[in-house]
Design a protein around this ligand. Structure first.
Ligand code: AHR
Length: 502
């Protein structure tokens, strides 16, 4: 196959937003306990956080971390998780039918986030609770000392406010599985009043209204409209969530999952802009894609077993090369929407459908999906460009014919770095890429030199990284070559690429 690309630094989509490289820590399975936190582990710091995991999180390039859920947050009592650890109650978490020991809570998570160097993104419980508890948690976190809740924070060792900016107004309340599930109208009212009150507490917060749990939800589109009709002036963002796996063995559609994400984002943007039009407003509500990943639901049918345990092994997907290519392609899709996607969080960070796996008392290692994320987070800089692409097509059951080769690029005007991210979504055909870069206006047409071409691909697309072979799948050099203003490279079937020019 062939793919021809024309790139011009003058044709742009939007800025590379650092919050695009977010992740998610939920009190679920082993994400917190024996994931980020394991007192007694040889690598634990004095607070009990695993420094080996923290090191990998830094290498991954994560910028923002959503917390504490997920479905968990919809039955969470935040006050159980603050204060002296010995006094914190053990509670039954109904979302994952697990014992929550509360040994990690809001203050601990913020401590961890500051140590790792990520921005915390907090969710409030609009399932079993509501406005008052959301306001209390915000007061506890962000208010200056002098009244009861911030004084409690000070007594718990945090004099300075946590100053958390981004707040999610609940989680997936459109889903019947959500504790405290609501109709669009019910949720819209609660979110509206909660948002108004939270803004009274702290005028600097950015609020995220719940959008749909996936594009196939029966209320998709209506939900967003109803919620934004009420909350339009009170929120900056609306969420979207999506998880992908091969359905009934349909790998071609799975490799084209970016197509679903693209249509999802376009539909949410259209709905938000419709509400803006009706309101006569020029405001642009942004999309917070705050849960996305590959998740093999089919592998974990018993995840809601009746046995109630502490930190059970829940949905610990082991990812292969194909999954990594899909994750890389989803990051390309997110960048292609840099004009309207303000944030994105891969779900989750450790052990639970995660780029990092740990063994309790043992090592932590990088899954295959770690690599496209880390390279994109490191090298996507400056402005996202809008390339013109002509590619062979692949037939898919879910989306019809789609381009085999999908491309995005970023250009940093300060350093002059130009990075091209490419995926070949064909399962069977390799593709010869020819990419022409227009020179900067009035500039030297041969200005770009190749720095590096890294590929995620393997002769065995089902290869994985394991505790025994943690480096079985890593990025390796590709064959890209630059001649004048033309770059050529071979894109094997099912491969993801990061090509760096300067
Ligand atoms: O990330 C796992 C779960 O997926 C989250 O708890 C929930 O929000 C979503 O359904």
């Amino acid at each position: 196959g062939r793919a021809t690309v024309r790139l011009d630094p003058a044709f742009t989509v939007g800025p590379v937003r650092p919050r695009m490289f977010g992740s998610f820590v939920e009190h679920m399975g082993r994400c917190v306990y024996t994931g980020i936190y394991e007192p007694g582990h040889p690598a634990a710091d004095e607070l009990g956080f695993r420094t080996d995991v923290a090191e990998l999180v830094r290498e991954l390039g994560v910028t923002l971390v959503r917390y504490p859920g997920g479905n968990f947050v919809s039955n969470y009592r935040w006050e159980d998780g603050v204060g002296p650890k010995a006094d914190r109650p053990r509670q039954l978490d109904l979302a994952w039918r697990s014992v929550e020991t509360n040994q990690v809570g809001t203050d601990d998570f913020v401590d961890w986030a500051r140590r790792v160097g990520v921005e915390p993104m907090m969710a409030v419980n609009l399932g079993t609770r509501g406005l008052q508890d959301a306001v209390d948690l915000l007061l506890y976190c962000n208010a200056r000392p002098g009244t009861r809740l911030p004084d409690q924070r000070v007594a718990n060792g945090h004099v300075e406010p946590h100053d958390i900016r981004v707040w999610c107004l609940g989680n997936e309340l459109d889903g019947l599985w959500q504790i405290g599930h609501k109709t669009a109208e019910e949720y819209a009212r609660v979110a509206e009043e909660t948002a108004r009150a939270m803004r009274q507490v702290d005028g600097r917060v950015e609020l995220v209204a719940c959008g749909s749990s996936n594009r196939a939800m029966p209320t998709f589109g209506t939900w967003e409209r109803v919620v934004l009709e009420r909350c339009f002036d009170l929120v900056e963002h609306i969420s979207a969530h999506a998880y992908y796996e091969p359905v009934d063995g349909d790998v071609d559609s799975f490799l084209a999952a970016g197509e679903d994400m693209h249509r999802f984002i376009e539909a949410v943007v259209a709905t938000a802009d419709h509400v803006a039009a009706v309101k006569g407003s020029d405001k642009r509500v942004m999309v917070s894609f705050d849960e996305w990943n590959v998740w093999y639901h089919s592998r974990f049918p018993g995840e809601r077993s009746l046995e109630i345990r502490e930190a059970p092994e829940l949905i610990e997907d082991v990812y292969d090369v194909r999954d990594a290519v899909v994750v890389g392609s989803l990051l390309i899709t997110l960048l292609q929407h840099a004009d309207r996607v303000s944030m994105a969080c891969q779900a989750q960070l450790v052990n639970v459908i995660a780029p990092i796996l740990t063994r309790p008392g043992g090592p932590a290692w990088r899954q295959t999906i770690f690599h496209p994320f880390a390279l994109t987070a490191r090298y996507a800089r400056g402005t996202v460009l809008r390339p013109a692409v002509v590619s062979d097509r692949v037939e898919t059951r879910a989306y019809g014919p789609v381009d085999a080769v999908v491309v995005t690029a970023t250009h940093d005007p300060e350093s002059g770095d130009l990075t091209v991210f490419v995926v070949n979504r064909s399962r069977t055909e390799s593709s010869e890429l020819t990419l022409d870069v227009a020179p900067p206006v009035g500039g030297d047409p041969t200005a770009y030199v190749l720095v590096e071409h890294l590929v995620v691909h393997d002769e065995d697309p089902s290869a994985t990284n394991t505790e025994e072979r943690p480096h079985r799948v890593t990025p390796h050099p590709g064959d890209a070559a630059v001649d004048g203003a033309t770059l050529t490279a071979t894109l094997p079937a099912t491969s993801w690429h990061c090509i760096r020019l300067t």
